[in-house]
Design a protein around this ligand. Structure first.
Ligand code: FAD
Length: 464
């Protein structure tokens, strides 16, 4: 990027926030995103403090023909929040959340994290579905779907977006709701950051009990082929308040764990019950008694604490990461055996492989109601590689891709775009992953709202 110093000075004079250039204090910290593989150097970083700053940053980038990246929570595994050479529009300082307890609504700015939202909403005994890590951004997670602990009772994040304020590629801000710009409202509930910068989300809230039962029963991984069918059968008849995932992982060598569990490869059966904790304890009890777990970390905890429980495992910028996912219509014995075999080959002790269950609340939403698309598949499988050294890139990325190829014949080819890292050199991954009908409809809406593909650093849908 080459911009006249006078133009940067003018941008600085316009913004309430700051503009950071390479070499300046704060620049290097601001360009760090969650995935430690991503090391990009924007030509400038606009740290926006409000909608006016976002509008000015967009207009500035257009006027100077700059590539733009948008940073919400900075957690995107693909690293799209930061660009090389262009303008990074950084929303991190726009993290205010307002709650209307009577209306059971929250308004979250585009750079808020789920930790920001949970803090404000649970103060009123309310919650909305987020992800499983509190440092993840509301922006990226919601715009592509949003799968969290409350999906059993409240669905995906997109199912709880009532409206949004969106700054478009031409610098105009528009409101998107069921009655205003309904095509844009449909598109931002699954189509990612393709359509503009969401500066405000209006989210539906629901009451949450003071304590929820979290089941976290850790079984030896060697029992996976026996346990996954038991878990599957349990989930198929579980009440809708139950949200669960089965996760292959390796326990750390941590003094907080009993000696026999440290460093062990496990299958964790994790679940929450969205209701009174005592009731949840009874409902979830079977998951904790499929024989004797290696260790049982189940507990009754506030929702906000559950949301922060895994945060220490995922610090910003430390680990390298690569994710990919698939949806499955059924978990039969052959597929379970293949999943266990793929998970068993994970090369790093930090790697994880998870099966997430989508219950009737998620699946009950029509395929064309949101750009998230088809909900008919009850099982979302994700291979999530995390490792420390660049020397191990090939082994970890190879494991994710190899597992995906082995398991893909059991799926309809759809995937969750929030669990998708690079797919260079492969054509059609995003189109097949979203579903061709959804993708093509999104491409037509993109042509209306962003015909020049100004917002292209994302799981991109070029304009039709
Ligand atoms: C450790 C880890 C755990 C995760 N857990 C979950 C989980 O439990 N459930 C789940 O569903 N997903 C999960 N994810 C995936 C997560 O949803 C995505 O990584 C998501 O993109 C992160 O959003 P962000 O705003 O933090 O990311 P960013 O990197 O800031 O943004 C990602 C994309 O969204 C766009 N974007 C962000 N904010 C805005 C905005 N306000 N307006 C317009 N575009 C915007 C960006 O431009 C970029 O293209 C997890 C990811 C990681 C790394």
């Amino acid at each position: 990027m080459s911009i006249e110093p006078a133009a940067i000075a003018a941008l600085r004079a316009t913004l309430r926030g700051t503009v950071l250039l390479p070499g300046e204090a704060g620049y290097d910290a601001a360009r760090v995103v969650w995935n430690g593989m991503i090391d990009r150097r924007p030509g400038a970083i606009a740290r926006c403090h409000g909608v006016a700053d976002v509008i000015d940053a967009v207009k500035f980038a257009r006027a100077h023909g700059l590539l733009v990246s948008v940073r919400g929570g900075g957690h995107g595994v693909a690293g799209h929040a930061v660009c090389d050479g262009g303008l990074m529009i950084d929303l991190a300082a726009m993290n205010a959340v307002r709650v209307d307890p009577a209306a059971q609504r929250a308004w979250a700015q585009g750079g808020a994290t789920w930790g920001d939202v949970d803090c404000e909403t649970t103060a009123f005994g309310l919650a909305t579905p987020g992800g499983l890590i509190s440092t993840t951004g509301v922006g990226g997670l919601t715009l592509s779907g949003g799968v969290g602990w409350l999906r059993g009772s409240a669905g995906l994040c997109v199912d709880n977006v009532m409206s949004a304020d969106v700054v478009l590629a031409d610098g105009r801000m528009v409101h998107a709701s069921a009655t205003e710009n309904p095509d844009l409202y449909w598109a931002i509930r699954g189509g990612g950051g393709n359509f503009g910068i969401v500066v405000m989300f209006e989210l539906r809230l629901q009451p949450v009990a003071p304590l929820l039962m979290l089941c976290n029963a850790l079984y030896p991984e060697a029992r996976a082929a026996e346990l996954l069918p038991l878990w599957r059968d349990f989930m198929q008849t579980a009440p809708k308040q139950v949200s669960s995932l089965a996760q292959f992982a390796t326990l750390p060598d941590d003094a907080a764990l009993p000696p026999h569990a440290r460093g062990q490869r496990i299958l964790a059966l994790a679940a929450i019950y969205d209701g009174p904790a005592d009731e949840g304890e009874r409902v979830l009890a079977p998951l904790r008694h499929f024989g004797t777990p290696l260790h049982d970390l189940s507990a009754k905890l506030p929702y906000r604490t559950i949301q922060q429980l895994y945060d220490p495992m995922f610090p910003k910028g430390r680990d390298r990461a690569y994710f990919r996912s698939l949806y499955f219509p059924a978990l039969d014995g052959e597929l379970i055996a293949k999943i266990a075999a793929c998970a068993g080959q994970r090369p790093s002790p930090m790697d994880q492989a998870s099966v997430w269950h989508f219950g009737e609340t998620v699946r009950g939403v029509a395929a064309d109601a949101t750009a998230f698309g088809d909900r008919s598949q009850p099982w979302l499988f994700s291979t999530d590689a995390f490792w420390s050294s660049a020397d191990d890139d090939a082994a970890n990325i190879g494991w994710v891709r190899q597992s995906w190829e082995v398991l893909r014949p059991h799926s309809n080819g759809r995937l969750y775009t929030n669990f998708l890292a690079g797919h260079e050199g492969e054509t059609g991954v995003v189109r097949n992953g979203m579903g061709a009908d959804i993708y093509d409809r999104l491409a037509r809406i993109k042509a209306k709202y962003d015909p020049a593909n100004f917002f292209r650093l994302n799981q991109n849908i070029p304009p039709a």
